[in-house]
Design a binder for this molecule. Structure first.
Ligand code: AMP
Ligand code: ZN
Length: 114
């Protein structure tokens, strides 16, 4: 846990959030500024700031995050389609530097993304 990290504090329940999934490796919660009718953030418990800082030990948790995303998509009935996004670095729009995957659904998406 990084004492200065917003998402570490959410994972430790020191800051309130609508938690939708929690296990020993991963936690997920509703985004406070939703960009789609369903907008969930999925985080590894281990603090690392972005994919650039992912280590070989993170291989399993990175896979688990995707399985949790698919499970949450099923739970939220995102049958028509959904999008998972990891912004890596300020140039890609990352604003919170604890790795997280966005799960977005409930509306149409365009390609290429903005
Ligand atoms: P990113 O821009 O990829 O780093 O995504 C950060 C996301 O965190 C944004 O979509 C924010 O709306 C979201 N966010 C920031 N603070 C909170 C919070 N306290 N609870 C839930 N989501 C948050
Ligand atoms: Zn953190």
């Amino acid at each position: 846990m990084n004492a200065d990290c917003l998402f570490c504090k959410i994972g430790a329940k020191k800051i309130p959030a609508k938690i939708l999934h929690a296990d020993e490796d991963v936690f997920a919660f509703e985004d406070i500024g939703p960009q789609a009718p369903t907008h969930i953030l999925i985080c590894p418990r281990r603090h690392f700031s972005s994919l650039n800082e992912a280590a070989p030990e993170d291989q399993a948790v990175l896979g688990k995050m995707q399985l949790v995303a698919a499970e949450l998509a099923r739970k939220h009935h995102l049958l028509h389609g959904y999008r998972t996004v990891i912004n890596s670095g300020a140039g890609a729009g990352q604003t919170v530097f604890h790795l997280h995957m966005h799960l977005l659904g409930g509306r149409e998406f365009t390609w290429p993304p903005g």
